[in-house]
Design a protein around this ligand. Structure first.
Ligand SMILES: Cc1ncc(COP(=O)(O)O)c(C=O)c1O
Length: 452
């Protein structure tokens, strides 16, 4: 039995699915890379929902760790207690992130983690006697979350529209997308071009008014997996340093190992002043997110105010920390980040080869187990399909019918048009499971394209 008609029940409203799957089946069970609905239908998890399930579903070690924690105590309030789950997770995260980071603030979602990063940046300058540094700069075609602050720094027109007028006055610079570069700029010139644009924006606003620049090292849903062009991160880091502007890396989706390094910016040899992680951190077992910062960011706050002025009732929830610890220990024990780094490259090549038969597959890109497929109407101009065609949603729907979970995203080109599909399997998916994802994805793309 499925949940047909459940939208009329108490406490539920009309269901709007961005993927166009309106008649949602009821989920009952997960095992490894598979999910099962109430009718017994099996789905292979090709995207972990939105890149969440880093180690698959119902892993016995993780469930056992959570249960052990619950049997002792679910949660110790952060102003009264610490816990060994929280302390061990913090020590592990700091070790994984390298010597640059010294402080971790926990929360329950990527939006909250970004909200905390924005607030810590503001508090940092306030405590340094620079309270006029209040402005944020972010990028077009980005997504940082659904709270008002995180939404304010998000360049996602469709998701902002209903809230315009009540959002923070954030300045935006261009998306840094090598597949859709600014006119007249070649691949070699991209990093310098975007750095110059950021530099000009900071000068226009006045460096003494700008607190931070926020960006996703690999853009997720808003771009369909867009890695930064080579040299970009170092170039914008230099601009930020020059103007005493903090660099905030939103690794909510691309971080926690998904790119083949624990931190995505490890690939670039850069340590942002603040970094946020969430989805893969506790792998969907219990909501958990974190904001990390360097000693230089924290020092004036600790000396002037004593503590970060951010956090929530459930920050550092003990059972959530136990889940995060168990997930990260499993990843370490089974060397899954190495697996993602090595297998990710070949998986991406296999995907490129399998999809090469379709002219409409314009680009296959990404890093590790974070791969984006961009669908286009015309190769020469890279023109997208019209929005009304709903192509990415159609691929998602066809895949879902066939027992594949992928993550279709629309609007990557200009906020309205553009079709991308994100593939983000569990780090411990077997080769046979990866092959199944690929076969079903190829079939779904073909079926969706057939319907003209
Ligand atoms: C890059 C990025 N940042 C922030 C968020 C917001 O996270 P959450 O939905 O957990 O609040 C998301 C969610 O999709 C994301 O992809």
């Amino acid at each position: 039995m499925t949940a047909r008609g459940a939208g009329a029940g108490p406490g539920t409203g009309p269901r709007a699915s961005g993927f166009g799957i309106t008649d949602l089946p009821r989920i009952v069970r997960g095992r490894g890379s598979y999910l099962y609905d109430v009718d017994g239908k099996r789905y292979v998890d090709g995207s972990g929902g939105p890149a969440v399930f880093s180690v698959g579903h119902a892993h016995p070690d993780i469930n056992a760790a959570i249960l052990r924690q619950l049997e002792n105590i679910a949660y110790g309030y952060r102003y009264l207690f610490t816990s060994s789950a929280l302390e061990s997770l913090t020590a592990l995260l700091l070790a994984l992130c390298g010597p640059g980071y010294r402080h971790v603030v926990y929360s329950g979602s990527g939006s909250e983690a970004n909200e905390a990063a924005l607030k810590i940046a503001l508090q940092h300058f306030y405590c340094r006697g620079l309270p006029q540094k209040r402005r944020f700069i972010a990028r077009e075609r980005s997504w940082h979350g659904n709270t008002l602050g995180a939404l304010s720094v998000s360049g996602f027109a469709e998701r902002r529209r209903a809230f315009e007028g009540s959002l923070l006055d954030v300045a935006f610079v261009s998306a840094a997308n090598a597949y859709r570069p600014p006119e007249g700029i070649g691949a070699d010139g991209l990093a310098a071009h975007f750095a110059a644009e950021l530099d000009a924006k900071i000068r226009e606003l006045g460096p003494d008014t700008v607190a931070a620049f926020v960006f996703e090292p690999i853009v997720g849903a808003a771009g369909g997996v867009v890695p930064a062009p080579p040299g970009y991160v170092r170039a914008i880091e230099a601009v930020c340093r020059r103007h005493d502007v903090l660099l905030i890396a939103d690794e909510v989706m691309c971080g926690s190992g998904r790119s083949g390094r624990f931190r995505t910016l490890e690939h670039d040899g850069v340590c942002a002043d603040l970094m946020t992680i969430a989805k893969g951190l506790a792998g969907g077992y219990i909501p958990l997110a974190a904001t990390l910062c360097t000693p230089a960011v924290a020092a004036p706050i600790f000396s002037e105010a004593g503590a970060f002025q951010t956090g929530h009732t459930f920050s550092g929830h003990t059972a959530a920390c136990a889940a995060g610890l168990a997930v990260q220990e499993l990843i370490e024990r089974e060397q899954l980040i190495e697996r993602v780094r090595v297998r990710g490259e070949s998986f991406q090549s296999e995907m490129r080869a399998a999809l090469a038969r379709y002219d409409e597959v314009g680009d296959v890109r990404g890093r590790g187990y974070f791969i984006g497929i961009e669908l286009i109407a015309e190769r020469q101009s890279r023109r997208p399909f019209p929005r009304q065609r709903g192509l990415s949603a159609e691929v998602g729907r066809r895949g879902f019918e066939d027992g594949l979970i992928c993550y279709p995203c629309a609007g990557n080109v200009d906020g309205t048009h553009g079709d991308t599909i994100i593939i983000a399997p569990p780090y411990n998916a077997s080769d046979a499971e990866l092959e199944e994802i690929l076969t079903k994805l190829t079939r779904a793309v073909g079926a969706a394209l057939e319907r003209r």
